[in-house]
Design a protein around this ligand. Sequence first.
Ligand code: COA
Length: 346
Amino acid sequence: MTLSSPQLRPLDIADPSTVSRWLDLHEAIAEHDFPHHPVQTPALLAAGLAVPSPDSSTREWLWWEDGEAVGGCRATLFLKENGSLCQGSVYVHPRHRRRGMGTALLEHLESFAAEQGRSVVSGWPPLALGAAENDTVGPFAERTGYERALSGKVRRNVLAETMGPGLARKEAAALPKAEGYRITGWAGPVPEKYAAGYAALESRMLADQPTGSWVREDSEYDVDRIRAGERIERRRGLTAVHTIAVQERTGEVAGHTQLWVIPGEEKWANQGITIVDPAHRGRQLGLLMKVANQRRLRSLRPGIERVFSANANANAPMAAVNDALGYEVFGGSAVFQKRLDGGNGQ
Ligand SMILES: CC(C)(COP(=O)(O)OP(=O)(O)OC[C@H]1O[C@@H](n2cnc3c(N)ncnc32)[C@H](O)[C@@H]1OP(=O)(O)O)[C@@H](O)C(=O)NCCC(=O)NCCS
């Protein structure tokens, strides 16, 4: 297979039949490779095409054979920070694997990234954990020269099993440590009175969590950027369920956690970021916020049964909170990365 193959064409989002084939392909891969994983729903994939983010620019290509889309790749270029990085993904229909298409798609993606002046390509695919599951990504990444820049685990929490009296006892035991803090929350846009503090915490997101050797810069958030993000979420049909901890004396937003309810998915939700400002750590705020947020989720969406959370292996404090909440390890996750210039990627 060659890079200039006429079978490889940009995804034409103005053509409904192409978009439909693209969704068919993603559904076939999700069913085959990730049947129980929290992968993107067709509704979320389609919304991502129709409602682009102002913070990044995404290009996607499809590989066609006999009128069918059998593979593809996506490149996301960040526009406000991470100017050296291209976030990529490559996918091939299960019936068309081990013929070199994945390699050809990846080479195409890397050439595009280099043309656009990016020196690092990275991807964050879901991974099978047990040997019984189908692990295509690990061997493929190794063969194509990608390092594992960050290793993590995906955990799963079955809410009906874990949100019982045992958790209520842990919550009651934690409360005295959090004296002087108020736990509160909402679904959707952040209330104006918390917006500035919330934006400041978001800006610390990467600074405060282990990122391994992943070349990734922090994003700076102000209230305008938060509001722009919320508009995109609304248009894509995403609902964010938030809980924060507020220090009563100062009114400071000391911590934040969020759960994502995604369009087209009634049974599970995804854990988003959880952060406690370093000045306010050691007071069980992480545990208390997460318990309160799960409760908020259950009252808003009683049909949701499970929550998934991906954490870096090195993030012991977060894993400890998740263990206390009853999460169990379900699968792996990893960031794979390649420095195109052979240098340090900075
Ligand atoms: C990973 C994936 C893109 C590979 O596509 P592909 O067309 O089969 O890849 P290639 O044929 O170019 O494989 C190149 C080499 O990778 C390695 N490899 C790929 N799949 C493998 C597997 N299942 N087991 C062991 N090695 C594998 C082999 O060394 C292979 O060379 P070989 O066939 O000569 O032994 C495909 O399996 C896939 O779509 N997986 C699910 C989606 C996904 O998670 N994508 C990653 C998102 S970033």
